[in-house]
Write a protein that binds this ligand. Structure first.
Ligand code: GLV
Length: 322
């Protein structure tokens, strides 16, 4: 029986499913292992169910020669050095698809919260400031009939776009590869260059994978192209936005607002974020519904079971193995 590691706390049914196939070392603590602890725990393990907080890189792979597969319980896999995995002959998998709608929902939560100043209004009310209804209090921005921009139009970007129909919005997007005509029609979305997208969006959502090419895809130059009335949202990965440049733009009101679920050095945040009333902050909870987190972990487990049974895992990332 193969030995596998579950690196962090997951749901019991997931561990149960794995126990039917493997000898499972379950690290049932909801805190990341340090790189050294991870290497130690992986000794003698053929596979691991990992989390985005586990870094799988060349030094770790060199120290764990028995490892054959790493299965991330996340769609993003920037915590994997995929080339190093491929060089070491280690399969890597992720969990695409099952979290699309839940992540699209959080993008919309942030759009509405930022446009209508929900969080600031809630704080103000709880602080006892409300003296009565006022005609000109807490004026926000309309989402309906505005222009939604999406940078990164994969499955989640498209799920965000489809929801815009209910708000009668114009949808524009930029993606390196333009969508097929049928998908553009289904999303009612128009492709623009990145700069045109930046200039035209009222609400701009970033939904790119984080790679060396997308590092600081939004920095001072890009923010300068946006409308002063625009709002920016990052529900993808920290590092896609230059956080310092965004803070300066929000402070100077060069853009109107932002909603952020991810940060460059998370869980450390630039303390200047806490002084701004035009940003809504959430702690990387894009896929965090009970049902979706269960589906993600079960899919990661299915990938692990397939890989170590000699089958092609359904969500294999390495291009070279088939
Ligand atoms: C979560 O951040 C994911 O990539 O699934």
């Amino acid at each position: 029986m193969h030995k596998v590691l579950v690196t962090r706390a997951v749901f019991e049914p997931v561990v149960e499913r794995l126990r039917q196939h493997f000898e499972v070392d379950y690290h049932a603590v909801d805190a990341p292992l340090t790189p050294d602890e991870l290497v130690k725990k992986l000794a003698g393990k053929a596979g691991a169910l990992t989390m985005p907080t586990d870094r799988i890189d060349a030094p770790l792979l060199a120290a764990c020669p028995q490892l054959r597969v790493v299965c991330n319980s996340a769609v993003g896999y920037n915590n994997f050095d995929l080339d190093a995995c491929s060089r070491a002959g280690v399969m890597a998998t992720n969990t695409p698809g099952v979290l699309d709608d839940t992540t699209a929902d959080i993008a919309w939560s942030l759009i509405l919260a930022s446009a209508r100043r929900i969080v600031a209004a809630d704080k103000w009310l709880r602080a006892g400031h409300w003296e009565g209804w006022k005609f000109k209090d807490w004026l926000g921005t309309d989402v309906h009939h505005a222009t939604l921009g999406i940078l990164g139009m994969g499955r989640i970007g498209q799920a965000i776009a489809r929801r815009a129909a209910g708000f009668s919005m114009r949808v524009i997007y930029h993606n390196r590869r333009r969508l097929a005509e049928a998908s553009e029609r289904e999303c009612n979305a128009t492709w623009l260059t990145k700069n045109e997208l930046l200039r035209n969006a009222d609400f701009l959502v970033l939904m790119l994978p984080y790679t060396p090419e997308s590092h600081h895809a939004i920095g001072a130059a890009e923010l300068a192209l946006m409308k002063p009335t625009a709002h920016l949202f990052n529900v993808a990965r920290g590092g896609i936005v230059d956080d310092a440049a965004l803070i300066e733009a929000l402070q100077a009101r060069r853009i109107a607002g932002a909603g952020l679920d991810v940060f460059e050095a998370e869980p450390e945040l630039d303390p200047r974020f806490f002084t701004l009333d035009n940003v809504v902050l959430t702690p990387h909870i894009g896929s965090a519904s009970s049902a979706t987190r269960m589906k993600m972990a079960l899919l990661a487990a299915d990938n692990l079971i397939a890989a170590l049974s000699g089958d092609k895992p359904p969500n294999l990332l390495n291009a070279f193995i088939d």
